[in-house]
Design a protein around this ligand. Structure first.
Ligand SMILES: [Zn+2]
Ligand SMILES: [Zn+2]
Length: 384
């Protein structure tokens, strides 16, 4: 990158998706400026989340094109906006980037930022919401959506909304490990720690052993939850889950019904279930397998228009609860430092979930993610 940054028209390189289902292509891009409530961050690593691929496919209605995706950035502050709320932030500070929220509603005021009613608009639209402008454009002047989750961190430099910034002092090694804190790990851990809050004696089943499911598992293990049931269709992921603390593993390809399999493992039903698959039949069977007073968290995105059938009398008699959870219903500014602390104590070993790829090997990273060879690819921007 250039030694001296221009005040305006800041040049860098970013992965741009030009149209729905188009490839990620490394382009020269130009950022117009760093506004009062924004921070220029040099991205060192960015995690690849399933949501980036869903957006690339054009399956998120609000997310337009061309677009710079990426919403799990880790980097270093290079320039500060003129009117930031956090006056302690300095050039050179290490930051993890997470989702943005309005910071004005009652949920944001209570530190439940993941419940912010404006989450969808703020994070998926990918523009500056104040005036609909985009920080980035191509050399030919084409405007690029570049505030995805307030950060669009598939970029060597990113103009980031202040609300997406979480300041954290990180070692060189930790930058790559911690990058996915901002979405995947925070979502899984937050669902357990801030929403379900299982007791140690509880039984918790997690459907789907991706980054969200495994970070939920690790968080529950760190909380001392004694019975942890991991469900997936890949034995490799189930083995990983077992080594990370799952007490029981279920390959859902090898069973007649999930409800029956869970009932066999927990005769009185399961106390808490987290679904990361978004599959209607898994959700239905999971709800049936809940025990008295049990709660079910819908965390993975179901397909638009999908429906489930539930037995309302069973819901009533069994005092069951179903809750939708976005980004762990969490406040990144408090949960991420807590997860880093747990990691340093050896209780949140997320380094076992990720592998680092050069950004030029993105296609390999995507293939490995889709094939289930790796749970969490992290892109390095060092060579760009
Ligand atoms: Zn809000
Ligand atoms: Zn994500």
């Amino acid at each position: 990158m250039q030694a001296v940054l221009a005040d305006k028209h800041i040049e860098t390189r970013a992965l741009v998706v030009e149209k729905p289902q188009g490839p990620f292509v490394l382009h020269d891009v130009i950022f117009d400026e760093v506004r009062d409530d924004e921070v220029l961050v040099e991205i060192k690593y960015s995690g690849l989340c399933h949501t980036d691929l869903v957006a690339q496919q054009g399956l998120i209605p609000l997310a337009g094109f061309p677009v710079i995706l990426g919403h799990e950035g880790a980097g270093i502050v290079r320039r500060l906006g003129g009117c930031l709320k956090d006056q302690s932030l300095k050039v050179g500070d290490h930051v993890l980037l997470s989702f943005s929220s309005c910071m004005n509603c009652s949920y944001c005021a209570q530190g439940q930022n993941g419940l912010c009613p404006q989450m969808h608009a703020i994070n998926f639209t990918g523009t500056r919401l104040a005036d609909g402008s985009n920080p980035a454009s191509l050399r030919n002047g084409t405007s690029i959506r570049s505030k995805f989750f307030g950060q669009s961190s598939f970029s060597k430099l990113a103009v980031v909304s202040e609300n997406s910034i979480v300041k954290c002092e990180l070692s060189d090694e930790e930058f790559a490990i911690m990058a996915p804190m901002g979405c995947g790990y925070l979502t899984g851990a937050g669902t357990v720690m801030t929403v379900l809050k299982p007791r140690k004696q509880s039984t918790l089943a997690i459907l789907g052993m991706g980054a969200v499911g495994l970070s939920a598992l690790i968080a529950a293990k760190a909380m001392g939850v004694q019975r942890l049931i991991a469900v997936d269709i890949l034995d490799t992921k189930l083995s990983l889950a077992k080594s990370l603390g799952a007490t029981d593993i279920v390959n859902s390809n090898n069973i007649e019904s999930l409800g029956k399999a869970l009932r066999e493992l927990a005769r009185n039903g399961v106390d808490h279930i987290i679904d990361t698959t978004g599959l209607s039949f898994m959700i239905e069977e999971g709800i049936n397998a809940l025990g008295h007073g049990g709660s079910f968290a819908i965390v993975g995105a179901p397909r638009p228009g999908g429906t489930i059938t539930i037995d309302p009398l069973d819901m009533l008699r069994s005092c069951k609860r179903i809750v939708g959870v976005v980004e762990g219903a969490s406040n990144p500014a408090t949960l991420i430092p807590e997860l880093i602390r747990l990691h340093r104590e050896g209780l949140f070993p997320v380094e076992r979930l990720s592998r680092t790829y050069s950004v030029t090997d993105l296609d390999i990273a995507i293939e490995d993610l889709k094939a289930g060879n790796i749970v969490k690819p992290v892109l390095s921007w060092e060579s760009v």
